[in-house]
Design a protein around this ligand. Structure first.
Ligand code: NCD
Length: 308
């Protein structure tokens, strides 16, 4: 399987075997890291981080991954410090940056931005989130975490809660899970249901998928609870946001009715959907998940740059 020079735009473009291959390579990298082996595979290579939207984990983990592999990073974390502020198009920015970097990581406000960038770049482009579209590397690290914690992805009950409409991590994750044989519970307020086209894609794969508004209806059978933030910035008004704000909150009382080995994941940042008291419980895996993000991105960069 060869990933050299490939763009990573949507999880839909990856076959199940390819996802599994990336997860295996991630485990390999994690093992090398644990054994403190030399991993400077990307010495002399440059990664450009182009972030038109806020980010903590995605941008810093790509940066850290590249540096741990011996490479360098350039880029911006606010478009208004680049020529974008002077009116430069994404296409022109990408046509410039591909001359300076071996791989481009792009986060943008508009759906389809990464796809467009890939058309103008000879260097591989990684979609780090395009509006309410996709976030494929988050999904790879989510799957890696599930596999690491539960030993498998198949035959699990995975309950995804929160803003399923605007949450791009959920769009990518549900697409990926539909390649496995797990049961998917979707829990959201009516107005924040998974977009119909994503739901249709998943149903087309004959996946077992159920929709709920009330988390109590499916929490006790859940193996993996994946909760997300309501995506305030994508709402048309504060009024609309306030109607659904705080719809779901995981606290210690709710945990009384869950399986003893249920794990809680969250792409982060959290706002109010997981009480801090949950952080100290055995169920909380969201900070381990952020470490896995570093490992998976190290593996992905090494693959795209032909180093492993
Ligand atoms: C997510 C994103 O940007 O889509 N964050 C992340 O990359 N971990 C989730 C979010 O912002 O809610």
């Amino acid at each position: 399987m060869n990933f050299e020079n490939r763009d990573i735009i949507s999880i839909l473009e990856l076959k199940k075997e390819e996802i599994e291959f990336i997860l295996e390579k991630s485990a390999y990298i994690e093992d090398l890291v644990n054994k403190k082996e030399d991993i400077s595979f990307l010495k002399g290579k440059i990664l450009a981080n182009l972030f038109y939207e806020p980010s903590t984990r995605t941008r810093l983990s790509f940066e850290s991954a590249m540096k741990k592999l011996g490479g360098e990073t350039i880029g911006f974390s606010k478009a208004d410090t680049s020529s974008v502020a002077k009116g430069e198009t994404l296409a022109d920015t990408v046509r410039t940056v591909e001359k300076y970097a071996d791989v481009i990581v792009l986060r943008h406000t508009k759906e389809g931005a990464a796809k467009l960038a890939a058309e103008y770049s000879n260097a591989p482009v990684i979609n780090a989130g395009d509006g309410a579209g996709q976030h494929p590397t988050q999904t790879l690290l989510d799957l890696y975490t599930i596999k690491k914690e539960k030993g498998r992805i198949d035959n699990l009950v995975i309950t995804i809660v929160g803003d399923l409409h605007y949450g791009r991590t959920v769009h990518s994750l549900t697409h990926a899970l539909s390649k496995y044989s797990c049961k998917i519970n979707l829990v959201s307020p009516k107005d924040l249901r998974l977009p119909q086209e994503v739901l249709n894609d998943i149903k087309d794969t004959n996946s077992e998928v159920y929709e709920y508004e009330n988390l109590n209806e499916c929490i006790s059978e859940t193996d993996v609870l994946y909760i997300t933030r309501i995506q305030k910035e994508r709402f048309v008004s504060d009024l609309e946001y306030n109607k659904v704000k705080g719809s779901y909150v995981i606290n210690k009382t709710i945990l009384e009715s869950v399986k003893s080995d249920m794990i809680i994941l969250h792409p982060l940042p959290r706002v109010d959907e997981i009480s801090c008291e949950v952080d100290e419980t055995k169920h909380a895996k969201y900070f381990d998940q952020t470490y896995n993000g570093l490992i998976v991105r190290m593996a992905l960069l090494s693959l795209l740059l032909g180093a492993i």
